[in-house]
Design a protein around this ligand. Structure first.
Ligand code: GLA
Length: 383
């Protein structure tokens, strides 16, 4: 891949002196919608993602070229970081430069950048975090910014929060940056302490299934959930003096039922129970209890469906058909409202289950899902 990237760099920019990088996609195993509520999350990086090659320039101009997105140059000046709805993917590049400038990290010159991805777009596997992390690591190296993985993850989150306008947590950026082959990352989003947990599923395979449901309203619905959680915290904080929703107990929530609307009550219940499930699932994995782990995944989906209401018909059908076909656990992953589910499937039943799910889902929804047998991989790095 390195040679191919250098060749492309030469074709597009007439130079071969770039540094080459890879930045993965991510999938979250469990701990959904609680990274902005102080909870534990359990994602891993994947083996597909975004490749890039970069070289500095003498002036203050940034040239970007993406094989996948535009097949044409996009040019802007370092001090002209204006969002462009016609080239939304470039906003992530501008966003990285914006947060670096806001935090006084000096990017002294412009650069030529070529990127090329091999991950499914719009599938909710964090193509945006993959791109943000790619550029953050490139610029950290090129301009000797000396930023740690945690600092880079927080900057990636800041791109989403203050430039793109999504109130996301830092799970995606952290997973992409800190990923490790064969390991998941059990991350405490309140402290950013984390533990690598081996993901050896034995006779089972982690299968990601793309619903291909368009995630059109994702950002606005996502921000709506964020606001609901803020509102609930505003009511509950003075009562229990807990810093975030995931620190509350179910007993405390039940005792304050009268203070909350039904919707807010269910949102908080999801946060508290998802936090418990995430911790419990990591213990099950430690004990090599794959079935126990998989059952907790399914319970997480039910909570995201009934209490947090971020699934939708397509994801619900996909989970239920995958379970009916023989998966031992399945749940939506990521922001929801479309995108992918994950499932745990016996390796020797993989083909049979894929055939069956493909048929049942297509009959019910009208278009085919896609299947990716994925493997936990390393985080963003130079190649
Ligand atoms: C998106 C966000 C993450 C996280 C998930 C839901 O992927 O970017 O920060 O909140 O949704 O768990």
């Amino acid at each position: 891949m390195k040679t191919k990237l250098i060749e492309q760099f030469n074709t597009v920019y007439g130079r071969t002196d770039g540094l080459t990088y890879f930045s993965p996609a991510r999938v979250n195993l469990i701990g959904e919608h609680i990274d902005y509520n102080g909870g534990y999350v359990f994602p891993c990086a994947l083996s597909f993602g975004t490749y890039g090659i970069i070289g500095t320039r003498q002036d203050n101009i940034v040239h970007v070229y993406s094989k996948g997105f535009s097949k044409t140059f996009y040019t802007f000046k370092l001090d002209e970081l204006v969002k462009d709805k016609n080239s939304a993917w470039v906003d992530y590049i501008k966003g990285v430069l914006y947060v670096l400038s806001e935090t006084h990290h000096d990017i002294a010159t412009g650069f030529d950048l070529y990127i090329e991805g091999n991950m499914p777009e719009g599938a909710g596997l964090s193509s945006s975090a993959s791109l943000e992390a790619l550029l953050l690591v490139m610029l950290n190296d090129l301009f000797s910014l000396d930023l740690s993985t945690k600092e880079l993850a927080m900057l990636g989150k800041a791109v989403e929060n203050s430039f793109i306008g999504v109130n996301s947590g830092m799970m995606d950026q952290f997973a992409v940056l800190a990923g490790k082959k064969n390991y998941g990352i059990l991350l405490n989003t309140a402290t950013l302490d984390f533990e690598y947990m081996p993901l050896f599923f034995g006779n089972y395979q982690l299968l990601v299934i793309n619903s291909h449901k368009k995630r059109g309203l994702t950002d606005s619905k996502y921000n709506e959930r964020y606001q609901e959680c803020q509102e609930a915290l505003h009511i509950l904080k003075p009562l229990y003096h807990k810093p975030d929703l995931c620190s509350l107990t179910l007993a405390e929530l039940k005792a304050s039922k009268n203070q909350l609307t039904d919707i807010l009550y269910r949102r908080v219940r999801h946060c508290i129970t998802e936090q418990a499930r995430t911790i419990k699932s990591s213990i099950a994995l430690k004990n090599h209890d794959i079935k126990g782990f998989a059952e907790i995944l399914t319970a997480s989906h039910q909570s995201l469906k009934n209490d947090y209401e971020v699934t939708g018909d397509e994801l619900d059908i996909l989970v239920s058909e995958t379970l009916k076909a023989g998966a031992i656990g399945a749940r939506m992953t990521g922001a929801g409202f479309g995108g992918c589910i994950i499932s745990i499937i016996k390796k020797d039943q993989l083909n049979r289950i894929i055939d069956r799910v493909k048929k049942q889902y297509t009959d019910k929804v009208g278009y085919e899902p896609s299947f990716y047998a994925v493997h936990p991989s390393d985080g963003t790095h130079q190649i």
